[in-house]
Structure formats: C-alpha cells, structure tokens
Design a protein around this ligand. Sequence first.
Ligand code: SF4
Length: 442
Amino acid sequence: MNKKIFIKTFGCQMNVYDSNRIFDTVKKIGFTKTDKIEESNCYLLNTCHIRHKAKEKVYHEIGRVKEKFKFKKKPMVIVSGCVAQAENQEMLKREPYIDVVIGPQAYHKINDKIMEYLDKQKKLDETEFDAISKFNFLKKIQNSSKKISSFVTIQEGCDKFCHFCVVPYTRGPEYSRPFDDIIEEAKILSENGVREITLLGQNVNAYKNKNYRLSDLILEIEKMKEIKRIRYTTSHPKDMTKDLVDTYKISKKLMPLIHLPVQSGSDKVLKLMNRKHLISDYLKIYENLKAINSNIEFSSDFLIAYPGEDEDDFKATLNLIKRIKFINSFSFIFSPRPGTSASKLNLISKETSLERLEKVRTQLFKNQILANKSLENQEIDVLVENKTDEGTRFFGRSEYMTPVIFDGNDKDVGNIIKVKVTHSNQNTLFGESINKIEQKVA
Ligand code: SF4
C-alpha cells in the first residue's frame, strides 16, 4: 500500500508542533505527506478546542472530506487533538466516517493505532492522559524540522483552571519534559539548520523538572552557537518568577517580546475568571522588565465581555492596553466551552460584546501601527527565514515577531541581517537589506 497522509491542523502553535511530530512518527511506518487531499489514503485532522464552535467545525470539516471522496474509496480518517480528547467515543458515534480518535497525550501511540485499524478495520478511541509516555517516545523520534524557526514543546497541560478554559480538561495536568531531552532536541534542531527556537507549553513558565526552570533551559540553549534567537510561549503572570525576569539581564538571545496573557484589565473580572493574579501583579512584572530593558514590549490575549464585565471593567481593560501599549495581541469575545465552570453563565448581549471587541481591536491595531511606523527609516535586525512565494523578495521576522518583507540576498537565509525599513502597514514591515543597498552604491 502506498501510504499518503494529508494533515490538517486547527488552532494553536502547540497543535502545529504536534502535527509535525505526528508526521515524524507516521513516517516510520512508511507514510509520506501529501498536500493534495484527493491523493491521500489517510486523512488526519488535528483539532483545537479553544475557538468558538470548535466541535461543529470538526464535523463540518469531516463533511467536506466525505464530499471529496464521494466517488472514491474513503481514506482512513483520524481525528486528533483537544476536540478528540473532549469528545472521544461520542465522535465515533456521531460521525461514522471517522475511524480513529486520538487525544493529544496519546499520539505517540498513533502508529500502533493505524496498524491496528488497518488490520482489524475496527473503530478506535485512544484518549488517555499519558504525557510521560508521550514525551519518552518523542525523544526517540528526531524532530526533522528543516525550518529556520522551530518550536520545542517543554511542558503540557495546566493546573490553573481558569473558569473559561478547556485546556486542563483536554490536555490534563501540568507536566514538564525532562531537561536533558529538551536540550537534546534543541541540539538536533540546531544541527538541522534551525536558528530560532520557541519553547512551547500551555503554561510554559510553569516549567519545572528537578530543579530546572524555564530560565535554566533558556540559558543552556543560549550556549548553542547556531541558535541565534530564543522565545517562549504561552506564559502565565503567576509564573513570571524572579529567575525568569533576571534572565533578561544576562541573556543575549532571548527576544524582547513577551507574550503574557492578561485577559482583562479589571481585578473583579480576573477574580471571576479565576485567573489567580491581580492587575497590580501584572504591572509589577511590566515595570521590572522595562527597568531591565526599556525595549521590551508586551503582547497579550484579551477575553472581552466575560460574564459580569461592566462598563467600568471594560474601561479598565482599554486603559491597560493604552498604558502598556501591547503589540501583536489577540482579542476574542467570550464564548462558553462545554464542561468549563463558565459554560453556564449569563452572556453579555451580542451587541455590547461586539462593540467592546471593536474598541479593543481598534486600540490594539493603533498600537501596532504606531510601533511599526516608529521603525520606518530605521535599521533593524531581521532573522531571514525564506524567499517569498513569488521568489523575488525575502521574508524574515523582527525581534518583535513582526513579519519583514525585503530585498536581500540568498546567502542571508538563516542569518540575522540589518534591514532598513522603508514603509509599513499594520502587520508587516517592508524594506531593503543594508547589504543590498551597499551593493547598489558600489
Ligand atoms: S492558565 Fe491558560 S491554559 Fe491554564 S486554564 Fe488558564 S487560560 Fe487555560
């Protein structure tokens, strides 16, 4: 059998990482990847439960697959990720087109499940929480990322139980991967050409393995000559420990953009959300980091119109956005997730919710536009990732993760180079590499 897998990923960076590792795993039993769904005999949908109507989107997507294979032999259909975890057996009952359901802590068993299914043609559900075995397995599978920038999962799950969030139920309790395994993976990646590593976890700064913390990982990876930039996401304010803050004093490779979700600017709403931190805690972190390096910028997640949020609470959020000048941030209207504490609360009207979201986004976009504008006519450091799709220009990212499109040279890929920013829009900086400018003058 010529095994071809088509993988579709919904959701967060964690899922993108998982999808890549799933492919690294199924390669061992002879699968090759295809971008053409019609060519595949195995279709895998890696799902995310964070967004609104996540479950319905999965069934809708499976409906589209069915349609594509209406006149052909159906592929084996696997649903993995957080929706699979939350729905498990239900999924197999509701949509018989699905053959295998596999949770995010069990995808190390995917090859066994595929082989079992091919052998017995029996529907399978594998949704146990088993992060230890998953990570033990991962260390035997080489992360074959050929990209300049790669994720490395260091931690999974969450013990914080914010009332709106499904992660503690779909990803299980906090578990940190062994320090040595992570360092080994980072080394392999650096040998494969990776130049930027983003350490990944649902609660990445809660990382704890023996006495090692996130700060130890950053400083150890920093020693790798080929690695030029280090990032981490997603953090919780409660875990911004002194050692991590102090790392910004000594690290040369840790990037000055901190993604630190605050969700709301009101202490009352934070309490209703069970966030376990106050705005004063958040501001303290902000001030401490700004005192270390005034170039540090913050990005965040905002959950708007959480049940109980009144006009004053909302104003507090807007004020916080103006004060911190968040860039690169995400904002969503609260929508209930089944099984969470907030799932049955009274919703704020749609009209008010949309109005508030609009105001938040306008302010966030304004911050972003101003931040980008301030870089026009400046020379900035860009890590060059690849050529643009048209093949004429290059794509890289600033220290603040902003995409940069510029005229450059092939030899720049994988290097940090100086780019002069000529113009910008809300999402992107445009410019020319200094080398290119000098070549023209010479
Ligand atoms: S800390 Fe983050 S992952 Fe954990 S429950 Fe809260 S929002 Fe979800």
